[in-house]
Design a protein around this ligand. Structure first.
Ligand code: SF4
Length: 326
């Protein structure tokens, strides 16, 4: 029921992006997306169960229209690398285009949905999109390693081992858990090392309205790219310094840094305290809330994410429970 409800909400947002772009953009970028990182940290399985795009692309499998082909682990590794590169290529375009253009955002979602559905017609369960090509999947893997509880699986009724290892049902899954080939090694490295700096850089760029030019696009890529490069180099350096045994702690630290950095900028922006004027505004609380309350919220959110992801003692849990094997 929740899956259906969220799918209908997703459909409404999609239609609003076309017929009432300001409202659609506000709900998508300033309500739905800001909730997502915290949800992934606390209950990644809940998002995996109710994501409206997942519900759409898994329809062929639910309706038994899929060829149920088994994807090879090598192809899956390649597609996972494509997913993280796609994330880094698509997200900067939000400033130049998607944040302010409902039609373009609807077109982006359509391309994602059509690609996912086509993959769903060919490959079994989540291997075609949710655990391979989806550009949000690398973020799920980075943030979702210490979730609060394993939920029942609301998609796969029988496990066919479509993804090996399965990110949904492997306890304590993180981006560097598998390094059997260079594609997996690279996608893990780019996700863990690059994301915190990329997020920092992304928040330094203002939204543009009007026509998108090549200069605007280059501007939108510059800060995120240099941030990405900086944190990636730092991660590689620290990894060498601390050695293999402490690597897991370092990964958690970078995950906490990424999500904390996101809310460090996102919370002030949502409430009208953005250093970049009205970008990302949900409710203008300037004059209502004192400046120190915003700073307190950002510090508290940072403390929370570091405690949750780095210091809290947590059991090794999977996002969802594995259904019985076929
Ligand atoms: S639980 Fe099994 S069928 Fe479902 S996504 Fe994981 S590996 Fe695939």
């Amino acid at each position: 029921m929740v899956q259906l409800l969220v799918w209908l909400i997703g459909l409404c947002i999609f239609l609003l992006l076309i017929f009432d772009p300001p409202l659609g953009l506000l709900i998508l970028w300033n309500i739905l997306i800001p909730v997502a990182p915290a949800l992934l940290v606390v209950a990644a399985g809940l998002w995996r169960n109710i994501c409206p795009l997942a519900t759409t692309v898994l329809l062929p499998r639910h309706l038994n229209l899929s060829n149920k082909k088994k994807m090879s682990p090598l192809l899956q590794s390649k597609l996972q690398l494509v997913a993280i590169i796609a994330l880094y290529l698509i997200v900067p375009v939000r400033h130049a285009l998607f944040n302010t253009n409902g039609m373009a955002t609807a077109a982006l979602l359509t391309v994602a949905a059509v690609t996912g559905i086509l993959m769903g017609f060919r490959y079994d369960w989540k291997s075609g999109w949710c655990s391979s090509l989806c550009p949000v999947h690398p973020v799920e893997k980075l943030y979702g390693s210490r979730i609060i509880a394993s939920l029942p699986n609301a998609h796969c009724d029988r496990c066919v081992k479509c993804s090996v290892p399965c990110p949904d049902t492997t306890p304590g899954f993180h981006p560097a858990i598998t390094r059997k080939n260079s594609y997996q090694t690279w996608s893990g490295l780019l996700t863990i090392g690059g994301l915190p700096g990329f997020i920092w850089g992304w928040f330094q760029v203002p939204d543009h309205t009007g026509a998108t030019s090549l200069t605007l696009l280059l501007d939108a890529y510059a800060y995120p790219f240099f941030g990405f490069l900086g944190s990636l180099l730092l991660f590689v350096l620290l990894k060498r310094l601390i050695g293999q045994q402490q690597e897991r702690v370092l990964i958690s630290f970078f995950a906490a840094a990424g999500v904390s950095c996101y809310y460090w900028f996102r919370i002030p922006a949502l409430l009208g305290f953005n250093h970049l004027e009205k970008d990302g505004l949900l409710l203008d609380m300037r004059g209502v809330l004192p400046e120190w309350s915003i700073l307190s919220m950002t510090i508290l959110s940072t403390l929370f994410f570091f405690w949750w992801l780095v210091f809290r003692k947590s059991g090794h849990r999977s996002w969802v429970l594995r259904p019985v094997y076929v």
